[in-house]
Design a protein around this ligand. Structure first.
Ligand SMILES: Cc1cc2nc3c(=O)[nH]c(=O)nc-3n(C[C@H](O)[C@H](O)[C@H](O)COP(=O)(O)OP(=O)(O)OC[C@H]3O[C@@H](n4cnc5c(N)ncnc54)[C@H](O)[C@@H]3O)c2cc1C
Length: 415
């Protein structure tokens, strides 16, 4: 059974069809359909309960590379691109916290990374793409309304078969990273302001259980010279539900202590800096069969993010990986893009049924009060009302939804 990364909710697909050739990609008669990339969305944005999934992993070919612009099929992963590009002196302009993401998925969620304050979102670097829709094939580019609907369009405007992405030059595989412990949100705000002005990449890890909001701030830049890629890659072989209040407390204390000891500057390979979790394959099994929810929001103000983090600490949100970042103010290109100026936090919540859903809803309400938005790539629970409030351009977007396409997420939020 195909699952999303959070393994919640379950979906039973009527058919799952692999697409092997972009030239032959046409929509099957079993409707509704939805493209599926690498399934790294946490909730139901990549699921189509009762419908058909079009698996794109076979669309994995590079087509052209000239003057830093790469044209590739939509099932190519960001890892494939980096393996090809870095030795040639190029890097992806935007990468998320895992490189196991397809180009189609990166476009459909208009993903962001640690350099949002400098580079904006992934879609801002896409020069052109091709869509297969129920009425035929069409190419579109920035400036076309269909392009603005497709970037961040949750796979609902058609099947992306290929895209052109402008890469950025990079001196090599090394990142010089500085880690700085902080003791509360005021220190985080100060560090963000000063670091965003000087560093390309900034992000913070937060001990979400600590009422004081302690954490570690990371800032980094690509630098000349070599760096050795990590060699060991472990994998969780079966469901091993180890994440609970006790282990999270122990992990947070150990992670915080280790980073305090190792605080300062060091040079690392880009993989552990950008994709630390990729070092452990199938780590989502650590939450057991019931899986977990990831709550990611953006809110415009410092008071708003403080209220959410205070509530998360009170709810004992047992999240080992809580990531906090200030978004910049570069406009996102998609009608439904998630990033906007403000503070974003991502909190993992082990799925314990109704209790967890109630916690999620409490946090969701605070986001709405703060005038913020929830991220569909991570979401499995937001209400239709919260979606409409998070995405005021949804009425402009809806006419671009292809009638052959739908998703579990879309049916939930567009009621
Ligand atoms: C460990 C981890 C860290 C992450 N960190 C970040 C982060 O820092 N920033 C961030 O923004 N996101 C992050 N994500 C989320 C991830 O980047 C997105 O969910 C991304 O969209 C997943 O891509 P995918 O290829 O797995 O697509 P899927 O999850 O399979 O699908 C996602 C959406 O893309 C659509 N889609 C896929 N392929 C196509 C296609 N060819 N044509 C049309 N639509 C298509 C699907 O229909 C679906 O709506 C993270 C995820 C994980 C697991």
């Amino acid at each position: 059974m195909t699952e999303s990364w959070g393994r919640y909710p379950a979906a039973a697909h009527a058919a799952e069809i692999p697409i092997a050739w972009r030239s032959e990609a046409r929509l099957p008669p079993q409707r509704p359909v939805l493209a599926f990339g690498q399934g790294r969305s946490y909730g139901d944005a990549c699921l189509n309960d009762g419908g058909t999934l079009l698996h794109t992993f076979g669309l994995d070919r590079f087509i052209d590379f000239q003057a830093g612009v790469l044209r590739c099929e939509a099932g190519v992963t960001l890892r494939q691109i980096l393996d090809f590009a870095v030795p040639r002196g190029w890097f992806l302009p935007v990468v998320p916290g895992t490189e196991q993401v397809s180009v189609g998925g990166a476009i459909a969620n208009d993903i962001h990374g640690k350099n949002h304050h400098r580079a904006g979102t992934f879609g801002g670097h896409v020069r052109r793409l091709e869509l297969v829709r129920s009425d035929g094939r069409v190419e579109c580019a920035p400036g076309d309304p269909l392009f603005a609907a497709t970037v961040g369009g949750l796979g609902l405007t058609g099947l992306v078969t290929w895209a052109e992405i402008a890469l950025m030059p990079v001196p090599g595989p090394a990142i010089e990273v500085e880690s700085i412990p902080f003791a509360g949100l005021d220190q985080f705000f100060t560090l963000s302001d000063e670091s965003d002005a000087r560093s390309a990449y900034t992000v913070a890890w937060l001990d979400v259980l600590s009422a004081s909001h302690r954490g570690i701030f990371f800032r980094g830049d690509a630098v000349e010279g070599g760096a050795r890629p990590p060699r060991l890659r472990a994998s969780v072989p079966f469901d091993l539900p180890l994440v609970n209040g006790f282990t999270v407390r122990a992990f947070n204390a150990a992670y915080s202590a280790a980073n305090r000891l190792a605080a300062g500057r060091k040079r690392v390979h880009y993989r552990p800096f950008f994709f630390p979790l990729d070092g452990i394959g199938r780590w989502n099994r650590l939450y057991g069969k019931r899986g977990f929810l990831q709550f990611q929001c953006v809110v415009p103000t410092r008071d708003g993010i403080r209220a959410i983090l205070d509530a998360a600490a009170r709810l004992h949100a047992g999240s080992p990986i809580t990531v906090l970042k200030k978004f910049g103010d570069l406009p996102s290109p998609g009608m439904l893009s998630f990033p906007r100026p403000g503070f974003t936090v991502a909190i993992d919540l082990a799925n314990r049924g109704e209790e967890t859903f109630a916690h999620y809803q409490r946090l969701e309400q605070l986001v709405m009060v703060a005038g913020g938005a929830l991220y569909p790539a991570k979401d499995a629970r937001m209400s239709a009302e919260s979606f409409a409030r998070s995405y005021p351009r949804v009425a402009e977007f809806t006419p671009f939804v292809d009638p052959a396409f739908s998703s579990s997420f879309w049916r939930r939020v567009s009621r």
